[in-house]
Design a protein around this ligand. Structure first.
Ligand code: NAP
Length: 285
């Protein structure tokens, strides 16, 4: 049976560290601040925003919510970003996606000052990640690296396979594994021989968005299997991209859903906000 990687526990320890550093920063007169912008009334987005605000409060990070109606125009949203870009109390700006149809998400991300882009989605931060000279890492892939390190698993020299090439998970994930000296293969919907490629993986990251997509016959015995998926099974129950019940019998390590990658994402957002506050106050280079 695989060792379970407990995302809740690792996330709690990252949050405790962030809380400690936040207290030290506040003692120096700097309170980290995060602005969370939500447009419209998507229930999943509302839950994510509430969780982010709660996590900020628990760590001592100041947070401000900007809840705008679904009828908000592009100009109004861009004006808000401009205001937040210059607002002193705000070190990080997060715009909850997806935005309602008709709003240009890319234009919004481009408008956020790179030093306040705690999601690390701005092209300037994406470029920095590519060349290995970054302050912020996108939260989900950064959380996954933290999970792997928490088990003292060596990435260097390992065959790493990432299924999925989205800008927020798959591509940056592959880049971070590469920075850690993994030998990385990225798979996507046009990949041929997916099963054979996955069977070679020492570390397999599934970011597909399809329930139980990774089956036991795709997994090398003893492999580290990281499940990013947040899907619904045939009964509407939350599950991942990995067929957990079967894969845990042969993997060396596995992350559960829920309780694996998910809790790490918010923890890394808090860390990025702390970093932003330090950078903007000359307390970090
Ligand atoms: P996405 O943008 O939809 O990307 C999915 C990727 O999977 C695409 O690159 C797609 O390939 C690839 N794919 C689809 N079908 C495939 C197939 N049959 N074989 C191989 N590759 C295939 O999704 P995402 O935003 O990266 O998210 C992926 C999953 O992670 C979702 O379940 C999402 O909810 C979850 N997620 C979780 C967290 C968290 O905090 N836990 C954060 C973000 C996302 P093409 O590029 O060729 O279309």
């Amino acid at each position: 049976m695989a060792n379970l990687i407990d995302g809740k526990a690792v996330s709690a320890s990252v949050r405790a560290q962030v809380a400690q550093e936040t207290r030290e920063l506040i003692a120096k007169g700097v309170t980290p601040g995060l602005a969370v912008v939500i447009v419209g009334d998507d229930p999943a987005s509302r839950t994510y925003v509430n969780n982010k605000k709660k996590a900020c409060a628990e760590t001592g990070i100041h947070s401000e919510e900007y809840a705008l109606p679904a009828t908000t125009s592009q100009e109004e949203l861009m004006r808000l970003i401009d205001e937040l870009n210059v607002k002193k109390e705000i070190n990080g700006i997060l715009v909850q996606s997806p935005l309602p149809t008709g709003l240009d998400e890319k234009a919004v991300v481009d408008a956020i000052l790179p030093e306040k882009d705690v999601d690390a989605f701005h092209p300037s931060n994406v470029g920095r990640i590519m060349i290995g000279n970054f302050h912020y890492l996108p939260c989900t892939p950064a959380g996954i690296i933290e999970l792997i390190h928490s088990q003292n698993i060596e990435i260097q020299g390992k065959n790493c396979v990432v299924i999925g090439r989205s800008n927020i998970v798959g591509k940056p994930m592959a880049m971070l594994l590469l920075h850690n000296n993994g030998t990385v293969t990225i798979c996507h919907s046009k990949t041929k021989n997916l099963k054979e490629i996955c069977q070679q993986a020492d570390i397999l990251v599934a970011a597909v968005g399809k329930p139980k997509f990774v089956t036991a016959d795709m997994v090398k015995p003893g492999a580290v299997v990281i499940d990013v998926g947040m899907d619904r099974d045939e009964n509407g129950k939350l599950c991942g991209d990995v067929d957990f019940a079967e894969v845990e019998k042969i993997a060396g390590y596995i992350t559960p859903v829920p309780g694996g990658v998910g809790p790490m994402t918010i923890a890394m957002l808090l860390r990025n906000t702390l970093t932003a506050a330090k950078l903007q106050n000359g307390l970090m280079e």
